[in-house]
Every structure is written in structure tokens, then in C-alpha cells.
Design a protein around this ligand. Structure first.
Ligand SMILES: [Ca+2]
Ligand SMILES: [Ca+2]
Ligand SMILES: [Ca+2]
Length: 387
């Protein structure tokens, strides 16, 4: 999103007048009688310098105001996930009117989440206040679900869809925000859905949204638990795509929470792909430090190093066997593409010659693949830019 955020965000900002609030000045939406329009996206406000002119059953001071104008009959959710301070959020029928909902900490962290029924052609006043006089930048997201529709089953982290390896379709439409992605600004990672991935093997898992609509700017993160630590986070897989990809080490039987959000609170269909590559077994090091091997991609076996530092082998791609290094520092072999070699006795050199089923060597295949992918993405990028 790094390239497009400027364009999208500035465009939205101009549309919504988001930066009308000057730093350290009184916010333009300080008073209930002059609220900032709220739409169904993720955007920013700022209560710095705000005075208090409202009251809510769950407290808060130094409030600023937003107004949401109903367009359908349904249920509106508004959250302050990503805000910089401990918020309190309340909804009213009018300035000084009936309180429809009030919440302190149901959002992510110490932020707030309220839900209430809405109808077309009706305005709802939203009060964002701080606990203990706190003020600062606010991130606020609104998401209405019309009667007859429903939020995604995996909207909340606690109800994440359980998966293993594979490809999974879902949609962020009507989702709400219940997490943040530390690799982007809060406003750049809004409405989210969740999967709970249990690793089928110990090794490396690659998780991506690359099969989603190429125009959907996703942000992908992996956590060790709901409200836990973020292990990996990615906005754009590379400079030519808006989709996301992460690779992480995983342990068989361990579960990981996967969050996919749309930039700026935009929503769309998501295809999530997960592939675990079981790391080959590390080699055996017997007597004086034989090194264990590395197994990359589909279970390459690690080599054995026996006596005086035989090096373990590397097994790359489709189960290349690592070599055995026996007696006085025999070098372990690298097994590239279906089969590595053995080096035995008195310092045999490492064998990295493909043994069978070799076809074109890996060294010539890889650049061609990268170039082809780059050409495809550049072509797609050009196509998109002329729409
Ligand atoms: Ca709070
Ligand atoms: Ca959510
Ligand atoms: Ca992205």
C-alpha cells in the first residue's frame, strides 16, 4: 500500500475534511453541534485540545463528535480500534438526546465498540471521549450490516475459522475491526477477518492473499493468540502487488491467528492460501561437532556428520537428500532438486551436483521464474493504472 496510500488517503482526506483539525488547536468537531461526518470506512480524527460538552453513562471527558447518517435499516457497529489513547464511545439520538449505546473497553486494547440499530434518513451522534482526560489521534471505523445480511462468521478473533494448509475463501464485507496491524498506520488496517491455523508439520509456512482480487489492498498479520503478540505482518508482498504475504517458522500442532484486513476499511472477497513446507530433519552430529543439515521445501533431509566435524548437508527442493560426511571432516553434500551426494573419508568436498531428474539446473530456472513474475505484475500494474 505504500505507493497507493498517499493517493487513496489524501483523496479520502480531502473528501472527508479529515485534516481540518490543526494540531494543538481546538478540534473543529469539539462541540456536538458541529460533528464530523462519519462514513463506513476507517478514518482519523483528533481530540487534542478538545473541551468537554457532553456526558455519557460510561464516562469520559474531553470529547469530540461525529455524526453518522443512516442509509439502511440494520445494525451499526462503530469502534475506535487503533486510537492512541483509552477511549470511551457513546451514541445519541441528538445533542442532549437519548443515549443509544455506551462502551469503554470492548474494542481492541482499551478502545471502544458500540452497536445499535439504525434506520435510513436518521442521524446518530457519536461521542469519543478519553479516560482520565486523555486526548489524541483517533481512529474510528463504522460498519453497518443491513437487516437480512450478517457479519462474517470469522469477524472476531475469538470465532476465527479453523484451518490447516490449503486455500480458503472469505469476505470482509460487514466485518468490524477487532485488531491492529503494527506494520502499517492504524487507519491503513481497518475491518478484519480471522483464521486459526494449526500447523500440520514443523517447518516453514507461507501465508498469502495473492489469489484475492488484485485491486484489494490487504494487510496480513499472524499472531500467537487473540490480543497476543504479532509474529509477522505484511502490507504488500512486493512493490508490484497490493496483496500480502508472510513466511514464518511453525511448529506442528501449534495454532496461529491470521488476521486479514482491508486498507482504509475497504472490504472485498479474500482468498487466503497457506502452505507448510516441512523442514527436513537436522543431521546427526557425532563426535566433534558434525553439523546438522537444513531441509528447505518439501522435506529435504539433513545430512549426517560423523567424526571430527563432518558437515551436514542441505536438502533443497523436493526432498534432496543431504550428504553424509564421515571421518575427518568430510563435507556434507547439498541435495538440490531430487537428490544430493555423499562425500566420505578425509575431507571430501561438498557435493552440490544434482544427481538425477535434473533437467535445467536450478540456477538457470530461478531467474527465469522471477523475471516472468515481474513481467506479469508490471503488466497487471499497467492495466490497472489505465482504468
Ligand atoms: Ca476505553
Ligand atoms: Ca473483525
Ligand atoms: Ca497491501
Amino acid at each position: 500500500m505504500s505507493r497507493t496510500i498517499g493517493r487513496n488517503f489524501l483523496g479520502l482526506s480531502a473528501l472527508l475534511g479529515l485534516f481540518a483539525v490543526a494540531a494543538a488547536a481546538q478540534p473543529t468537531n469539539d462541540l456536538c453541534t458541529n460533528p464530523q461526518p462519519q462514513v463506513e470506512l476507517t478514518f482519523v480524527g483528533d481530540s487534542t485540545g478538545a473541551n468537554n460538552d457532553g456526558a455519557a453513562s460510561c464516562g469520559g471527558t474531553n470529547d469530540v463528535w461525529f455524526v453518522y447518517n443512516g442509509t439502511v435499516t440494520g445494525t451499526l457497529a462503530v469502534d475506535t480500534c487503533g486510537s492512541s489513547f483509552d477511549t470511551v464511545l457513546a451514541a445519541f439520538t441528538a445533542c442532549g438526546g437519548t443515549e443509544l449505546a455506551c462502551d469503554d473497553n470492548s474494542g481492541c486494547g482499551s478502545t471502544s465498540l458500540v452497536t445499535f440499530a439504525v434506520t435510513p434518513n436518521t442521524s446518530y451522534l457519536l461521542r469519543v471521549a478519553g479516560v482520565g482526560g486523555a486526548t489524541g489521534p483517533i481512529v474510528i471505523t463504522a460498519s453497518v450490516v443491513p437487516d437480512g445480511s450478517s457479519r462474517p462468521a470469522n469477524d472476531n478473533c475469538a470465532s476465527a475459522t479453523e484451518v490447516g494448509d490449503g486455500s480458503f475463501s472469505s469476505n470482509t464485507a460487514f466485518s468490524t475491526t477487532d485488531g491492529v496491524a503494527p506494520c502499517v498506520t492504524s487507519v491503513a488496517s481497518g475491518k478484519d477477518i480471522w483464521w486459526k491455523f494449526t500447523a500440520p508439520a514443523t517447518g516453514t509456512a507461507t501465508i498469502d492473499t495473492l489469489a484475492s482480487d488484485p485491486n484489494f489492498d490487504t494487510v496480513l498479520s499472524v499472531l500467537d493468540a487473540c490480543d497476543g503478540n504479532t509474529l509477522k505482518c505484511n502490507d504488500d508482498a512486493d512493490s508490484t502487488t497490493l496483496a500480502s504475504r508472510v513466511t514464518l517458522n511453525v511448529t506442528q500442532g501449534t495454532s496461529y491467528l491470521i488476521r486479514v484486513a482491508g486498507s482504509l476499511g475497504l472490504t472485498n472477497a479474500v482468498t487466503l492460501t497457506i502452505q507448510t513446507n516441512a523442514g527436513g530433519g537436522g543431521g546427526n552430529g557425532n563426535t566433534n561437532g558434525g553439523g546438522g543439515g537444513n531441509g528447505n521445501t518439501n522435506g529435504g533431509g539433513g545430512g549426517n556428520g560423523n567424526t571430527n566435524g563432518g558437515g551436514g548437508g542441505n536438502g533443497n527442493t523436493n526432498g534432496g537428500g543431504g550428504g553424509n560426511g564421515n571421518t575427518n571432516g568430510g563435507g556434507g553434500g547439498n541435495g538440490n532438486t531430487n537428490g544430493g551426494g555423499n562425500d566420505n573419508t578425509n575431507g571430501g568436498i561438498a557435493d552440490d551436483i544434482p544427481q538425477c531428474n535434473c533437467g535445467p539446473g536450478a540456477a538457470t530456472m530461478m531467474p527465469l521464474t522471477i523475471l516472468s513474475l515481474a513481467a506479469l505484475k508490471l503488466g497487471r500494474r499497467r492495466n490497472r493504472s489505465v482504468r
